[in-house]
Design a protein around this ligand. Structure first.
Ligand code: HPA
Ligand code: ZN
Length: 332
């Protein structure tokens, strides 16, 4: 079995950020939108830094408009993930992009996304669940509306609530109302922290938002007390090493803190974040980690097991996935 065929679980993927550039170009053409500043000459996404990345991301997202567009996007993304051996994926969905935060509109987008996911499960065997995500730089007021959308549609398919966007704006605690609302509705919680912002942002995520998982969290390594707290409490990190390297946070995989955090007893998992933006795939992540840290199939199986345990889906779904993992975990 090759690295690509190895069954994988992904917990941190932004739906629009996973959009194949060709699909975005096709949608832009259909709508007569000029996206020349979104793409480089070779056809890939182009940006200078994180703030610019978010601008390019939102410009590309601007051409994905209707529920049918989101169904096309979901199909394309799940086919792409299934090709990389992903058997289960938790995907960040943004009501702010899907209907502008209006609950009625969000339900229509969600229905289209779910139908596309059900079709992908039938054709490719990949299982998807959604995490409704507020966008930090849209501010705390908007996050309340997003949380209401999450609370109203949460259940066995929308399984979590999270926050992405520009981590350097505001404080985690500014969004506590939204996270409390989602928690009361029975949703599991995650937030981006410790990617660009320092270890104190991880502390704030734990204290003020009481999350179950942290998106990234790499900068926790700068504070021994936070590392110990993560290890003691078992809060799981959704790490995206290729994304961090592409963003210039670390010069290469070897410099990424994932191995040190794992060595300190922190539960770490591996995801791609926005794969075409960062020129990565789940296969490339694992190949890169294996090369950088001399990790073998036992290490990869352990990371995948951690991801399965940390998934927000119900026990019956986990059992089904566990059976699928058992059938193929040996590398050549
Ligand atoms: N980080 C933070 N927010 C985001 C990202 C990301 O990689 N992609 C889309 N929103
Ligand atoms: Zn992310």
């Amino acid at each position: 079995m090759s690295w690509q065929e190895l069954p994988k679980i992904e917990l941190h993927l932004h739906l629009e950020g996973a959009a194949p550039p060709d699909l975005i170009r096709r949608m832009a053409k259909e709508r007569a939108v000029n996206l020349s500043r979104v793409f480089a000459e070779d056809g890939s996404y182009v940006f200078d830094d994180f703030a610019h990345f978010l601008q390019v991301y939102e410009a590309a997202t601007g051409v994905i408009r209707t529920p049918e567009d989101y169904a096309r996007l979901t199909r394309a993304v799940l086919e792409q993930s299934a090709e990389q051996g992903v058997v289960y994926t938790e995907v960040f969905l943004s009501p702010d992009f899907c209907g502008g935060g209006d609950l009625g509109a969000w339900r229509e987008y969600l229905q289209a996304i779910r139908e596309a996911a059900a079709a992908a499960e039938r054709s490719h065997g990949i299982v998807m669940r959604g995490i409704v995500t507020c966008i930090r730089h849209f501010g705390p007021y908007t996050s309340r509306q997003t949380a209401r959308c999450a609370a109203d549609t949460g259940g066995d398919w929308i399984v979590g609530f999270g926050m992405g966007g520009n981590e350097t704006m505001g404080r985690q605690g500014d969004f506590a109302w939204a996270f409390d609302c989602a928690r009361e509705a029975g949703l599991k919680l995650t937030t981006h922290a410790g990617e660009f912002a320092g270890p104190d942002s991880v502390r704030q995520a734990l204290d003020d938002l009481r999350v179950d998982r942290i998106g990234h969290g790499g900068r926790a390594i700068e504070d021994a007390a936070i590392v110990k707290r993560l290890a003691d409490t078992g809060v799981v990190l959704e790490m995206c090493p290729g994304s961090n390297v592409a963003m210039g946070l670390y010069p290469g995989m070897r410099a990424h803190p994932i191995a040190k955090l794992r060595g300190a007893g922190v539960k770490v998992t591996v995801s791609t974040d926005d794969p075409p933006f960062f020129r990565t795939t789940m296969t490339r992540e694992f190949e890169g980690l294996a090369r950088a840290f001399d990790w073998d199939e036992t290490d990869v199986a352990a990371l995948t097991r951690t991801a399965l345990d940390a998934a927000f889906c119900d026990a019956a779904t986990k059992k089904r996935l566990e059976d699928r993992l058992k059938t193929g975990t040996e590398l050549p």
